[in-house]
Design a protein around this ligand. Structure first.
Ligand code: SF4
Ligand code: SF4
Length: 510
């Protein structure tokens, strides 16, 4: 690994509020999307004429549409409870990475254009005009937020900085100042169907290769079916599962679960992406467009159930938005939604997470495991933000925390949790979520991973932990990249279904 051009934070004996380093991350900015990328997804190619007024117009439109945004703009009392809760502030010391300061970037503009005191006495109330300087600051610091929502857990008013970030990015997109990484990915989904731009034939080859590998490994014909009409389950999973390490190990695990339980399933070459970067840009129309591919395929293939693979934000979108945006789930009233609801198994009208699916089967006694097969691993679990703080699993509160842990304990003997203030609803982001998983933001990613790395170090030293399981494609990619910066082996991260895959008995082994 090449030496970093920035200083990696050092582990502390006693985690405390970091010393302030004003402006230390002012230089951090992602690449701006090119004209081609912007126009490819229907956005202005470059900064539009009169962009200042257009930005304010868009801001006003969002305030009218989303009452939450107006409440968030109006209700902060500057109590300071959120200030030291953001992993980017803890890792960088830059005061503008305090959640309240991030909000202030937008709130100061809000005051100027949407409040009377701000219109009359801007200086007195800290109101700012929308200027190029402000836009540059927005582009820098709203791309230093992974929309993880940790700060909102500690805010007495429930102010959600993630929503503020989403609104700011949406405004910037609308005036032609988008982020290259996220908008390029959205373009690939629209055109090809997945974030990686992997066309159908390549997908088919990959899955055939996987079947051969699993056969070599286990002697069993586990299938990884594609575009099978009439399958019971449509599995939509992050496209990283098709080729990236360690992601593919979980895909192997999903296939083994379906095989062992004798349930027919299929992947889709048209809806080959569960991830949805429309969320990161706060653009619900974009999010809908991406998600509609899944509804279309569910109808086309005639499946009875839709299951979502290991991906944090994909599960958030499926759990919280598919219903209202696409009619996957109860209550959709357009003819396609109604048709889909008739088609789906009445027990599973809502999408299921692969962990819910596997845990159901375990509880029914339909899966058997050799737990000892995982004995070389001392495992901990990293809760992914979008699962932890923006969704649920199962029929009990906290299922999103308990179900993945229950699966791990069913397939492995050695498990320990990290420190309580770093897991479950207080989990720290991996540092790469929300559209910042790009090498132009590597410094931010490494520094943002610091709190999680500290918690991991603690369980490594105290319990010998050598495997951190997670159920998010972004967390897997981010940790594989940043673990070595902190002296860990990049291979110590993997999926929950990687552990399932290791221990599952397929029933027909040779
Ligand atoms: S990255 Fe997370 S904790 Fe930090 S401001 Fe954004 S939502 Fe809040
Ligand atoms: S915790 Fe909430 S009210 Fe307090 S400063 Fe932060 S955003 Fe404002």
């Amino acid at each position: 690994m090449a030496a970093p051009e920035f200083k990696v934070p050092e582990f502390r004996e006693f985690p405390s509020v970091p010393a302030l380093v004003p402006g230390s991350m002012a230089h951090s900015k992602p690449y701006v999307a090119s004209e081609k990328v912007q126009e490819g997804i229907g956005l202005p190619g470059q900064l539009v004429d009169n962009w200042e007024a257009k930005a304010i117009e868009k801001f006003g439109e969002l305030l009218g549409k989303y009452r939450s945004l107006r409440v968030f703009m109006d209700s902060c009392v500057h109590c300071g409870a959120c200030t030291d809760k953001c992993h980017y502030f803890i890792g960088t010391g830059d005061p503008k990475n305090m959640p309240v300061a991030r909000q202030e970037l937008m709130r100061s503009v809000y005051r100027r254009y949407f409040t009377l005191p701000g219109k009359l006495f801007p200086k007195l109330v800290g109101a700012r005009d929308m200027t190029r300087e402000v836009l540059d600051e927005w582009f820098s610091y709203f791309w230093q937020c992974s929309e993880c929502r940790r700060c909102s857990v500690f805010c007495p008013y429930g102010i959600d900085t993630a929503e503020v970030t989403m609104a700011a990015r949406h405004i910037m997109d609308s005036i032609g100042h988008g982020q290259k990484y996220s908008n390029e990915i959205l373009g690939k989904v629209h055109k090809i169907g997945n974030n990686l731009g992997l066309p159908g034939p390549a997908l088919e080859n990959t899955l055939e290769g996987l079947e051969e590998d699993v056969k070599d490994d286990t002697g069993v014909d586990v299938k990884y079916p594609l575009d099978v009409q009439g399958a019971e389950v449509l599995l939509v999973t992050p496209s990283a599962d098709f080729f990236a390490e360690p992601h593919i190990e979980s895909l192997i695990g999903y296939g083994k679960v379906f095989h062992a339980a004798g349930i027919s399933w299929t992947l889709s070459s048209y809806a080959s992406e569960a991830g949805n970067f429309g969320l990161f840009n706060g653009d619900y129309a974009m999010m809908r467009k991406v998600a509609m591919r899944i509804r279309e395929q569910a109808l086309e293939l005639g499946v009875k159930r839709i299951v979502v693979g290991e991906c944090g934000h994909a599960w958030r979108v499926a759990y919280a938005f598919w219903n209202t945006l696409t009619g996957i789930g109860n209550n959709g009233t357009d003819p396609f939604s109604v048709e889909l609801q008739k088609q789906l198994d009445p027990r599973y009208k809502e999408p299921s997470h692969i962990c819910e699916f596997t845990w159901d089967l375990i509880q029914q006694g339909r899966l058997k495991f050799d737990k000892e097969a995982n004995d070389s691993r001392i495992i901990t679990f990293h809760d992914s933000c979008n699962v932890a703080r923006a969704s649920r699993m199962g029929d009990r509160p906290g299922g999103q925390f308990d179900i993945p842990r229950s699966i791990i304990k069913a397939v492995a003997n050695k498990y320990v949790d990290m420190a309580p203030d770093t897991v479950r609803e207080k989990t720290f982001c991996c540092g790469g979520g929300g559209g910042v998983l790009t090498d132009d933001l590597l410094e931010l990613r490494v520094k943002g991973a610091f709190p999680r790395m500290e918690a991991l170090k603690q369980v490594q030293e105290q319990h010998g932990v050598n495997f951190m399981a997670t159920i998010c494609a972004i967390c897997k990619a981010q940790f594989s990249k940043v673990l070595p910066y902190y002296g860990f082996n990049m291979r110590m991260v993997g999926g929950v279904h990687q552990l399932v895959s290791t221990a599952i008995r397929l029933g027909d082994e040779q």
